[in-house]
Design a protein around this ligand. Structure first.
Ligand code: ATP
Ligand code: MG
Length: 158
């Protein structure tokens, strides 16, 4: 299904913002352009919500999470960047693995099964997209989803 990425991400942002604010965090959205991507809206929302859930869960209060949508060549990049605790570089290769959690002892504190990112990766790949991560311990983490821009004519008819 052709989806206008701005409208789509804005809608998720509007919902998620309240959850962030209620927990003393901030969520910001930067989207400069109007592009179309081919996604299953329900599944794609699940991807974004999982990444936002992590951003919230692994950040201290008052931190700012930014959703950024941009175009690079023919790709649409959607990134979710937090100011959280970061992920140690030795753990980075494993975080998309099922049931993998960086700090087992913190599992009681934060909850979760270590399933979120494995599902995210599967869903992104089912959309013919890729997901990458950059992280610095103590500074924050940025997940970037890359999708091909869609030029389906249907998306331009209202
Ligand atoms: P679930 O998503 O099933 O509730 P989870 O959040 O622990 O549990 P994943 O979302 O798969 O599982 O993440 C795997 C691990 O990667 C997490 O346990 C955490 O250690 C680390 N991680 C994921 N996202 C972040 C982030 N934004 N900042 C810091 N660490 C993260
Ligand atoms: Mg998670």
């Amino acid at each position: 299904q052709s989806v206008r990425v701005n409208d789509f991400v804005s809608t998720i942002y509007d919902k998620a913002r309240h959850v962030f604010l209620a927990q003393g965090h901030q969520l910001e959205l930067y989207c400069r352009g109007d592009w179309t991507v081919e996604v299953d809206p329900r599944r794609f929302e699940q991807i974004i919500l999982n990444l936002l859930d992590n951003a919230l869960k692994y950040s201290a209060e008052h931190s700012v999470t930014k959703i950024n949508v941009e175009k690079q060549n023919d790709d649409i990049l959607i990134s979710i960047k937090d100011e959280g605790q970061g992920i140690p570089s030795e753990d980075l290769p494993y975080i998309f693995t099922r049931l993998y959690r960086v700090d087992k002892s913190r599992s009681r504190l934060t909850g979760g099964f270590g399933l979120g990112l494995s599902i995210v990766k599967e869903l992104v790949e089912a959309h013919n997209g890729t997901i990458s991560v950059e992280s610095q311990l103590g500074t924050g983490t940025c997940f970037t989803i890359r999708l091909k821009e869609s030029f389906d004519e249907d998306s331009f008819t209202h």
